[in-house]
Design a protein around this ligand. Structure first.
Ligand SMILES: *Cc1c(COP(=O)(O)O)cnc(C)c1O
Length: 397
């Protein structure tokens, strides 16, 4: 234990990411310890009794908690400025858990329509099976949000910037509309990351993450997290998640803890590179449209500059010639990999219409503005010049 204590909440983000939540064992290990165990033992039967009664907050079982997972949760909560964090097995376990823990048959959910494929399935087909009524709106249209959110609405779900069209939603305005009607706002902040955007400061109630993306950022493990108030975690998340079981593996939480140490460096470097690449793509022959939040031509550039400190690591663009030309460009990539993952140190490119957004169907794709010539690039940590050279030759091929 250090003799001098400083309040972690006063630390800068880089310090929080390296030291937040660190809880060393009596051995004094430098790195966070990996507690790769599922169960716990007790010296006395009374200890077990007290723990199960909630009178002693020690660990009882891996599905309920683990010391490595707790370090990951505390580091993330500190960074986000949230009272509480609940870590889960994947980003989708987090999206579904954050919604299902608070919704019941008859409730009304309003969501933005430009959603990640699996989020779209949860909202439009899985939750309705349990009697939840859902309404989709054009996220950039505040009048549509005002019309859709009524006193009957209990929850609002949105993604900004959205995958893959990088549509930006006015968090402050939508959270204000929802609060006036008493609805809880859940924001999928996966594309922006907590480095670039903090939805809680705009009035969001719950923020969800996929640890798989920028937190790991090196293509190794799945993970996810839900950020909320302490009250929401105790009263909504714990009763639902402890008994339904989407727990994160301690090993994955440990990999993510180590990933967080470098996340700010990676996300900022990747975002700066993405900005340069977006500007270059806009001038490349054969590219008909570039979507990037901080590009002057983005329809909501002023809003995205206000909400996000940098434009993010993702660039979406459209090539003339539809699917055939898009596939041709993918086939000719020499450095960038064809992959639907994102937020990785390795630059990755995918054709959303045939992969991440294939199963939602042509009609839903058209509604979201996903065209056959659209490609989504996740900018990695390689030299920006090498990536631009690769894009140029692949598009010219
Ligand atoms: C990847 C992703 C998810 C799901 O995260 P997983 O860890 O893959 O389950 C949810 N929302 C968005 C916007 C994503 O990009």
């Amino acid at each position: 234990m250090k003799k001098h204590k400083s309040d972690p909440r006063t630390w800068g983000d880089a310090t929080k990411l390296v030291r937040g939540g660190l809880d060393r064992s009596p051995h004094g290990e430098t790195s966070e310890a990996l507690f790769l165990n599922s169960g716990f033992v007790y010296d006395e039967p009374e200890t077990a009794e007290r723990r199960f009664a909630g009178e002693d907050d020690g660990y009882v079982y891996g599905r309920y908690g683990n010391p490595t997972v707790t370090m990951f949760e505390q580091r993330l909560a500190l960074l986000e400025g949230a009272e509480a964090c609940y870590a889960l097995a994947s980003g989708m376990a987090s999206v579904f858990g954050a919604l299902a823990c608070q919704l019941k048959a008859g409730d009304h959910l309003v969501a933005s329509r430009a959603l990640f494929g699996s989020c779209y399935q949860v909202v439009t087909s899985i939750l309705p099976r349990f009697g939840i009524r859902t309404t989709l709106v054009d996220g950039s249209d505040l009048a549509a949000w005002r019309e859709a959110i009524t006193s009957e609405t209990s929850c609002v779900f949105l993604e900004t910037p959205s995958n893959p069209t990088l549509e930006v939603i006015d968090l402050e305005a939508v959270c204000g509309i929802a609060r006036a009607k008493g609805a809880t706002v859940v924001v999928d902040n996966i594309f922006a990351t907590p480095i670039l955007q903090r939805p809680l400061t705009y009035g969001a109630d719950v923020v969800v993450y996929s640890g798989t993306k920028h937190m790991d950022g090196q293509g190794r493990v799945l993970g996810g997290a839900i950020m909320s108030t302490r009250k929401f975690k105790e009263e909504m998340l714990k009763p639902f998640l402890r008994h339904t079981g989407p727990s994160i593996s301690p090993f994955n939480a440990w990999v993510l803890l180590k990933g967080l140490e470098t996340m700010k460096l990676r996300v900022e470097a990747q975002s700066r590179s993405a900005q340069v690449i977006a500007e270059a793509l806009a001038a490349m022959p054969g590219v008909t449209r570039v979507l990037y939040p901080h590009l002057d031509s983005h329809p909501q550039v002023a809003l995205s500059r206000k909400q996000m400190t940098l434009g993010g690591t993702m660039v979406t663009f459209e090539v003339a010639g539809g699917k055939q030309k898009a596939f041709n460009a993918l086939r000719h990539l020499g450095i960038i990999d064809i992959s639907n993952n994102l937020g990785d140190a390795k630059s990755l490119m995918t054709h959303p219409a045939s992969t991440t957004h294939r199963n939602i169907g042509a009609e839903a794709r058209a509604m979201m503005g996903i065209t056959d010539g659209m490609l989504r690039l996740s900018v990695g940590l390689e030299d920006t010049g090498d990536l631009m050279g690769d894009l140029k030759q692949a598009l010219a091929a």
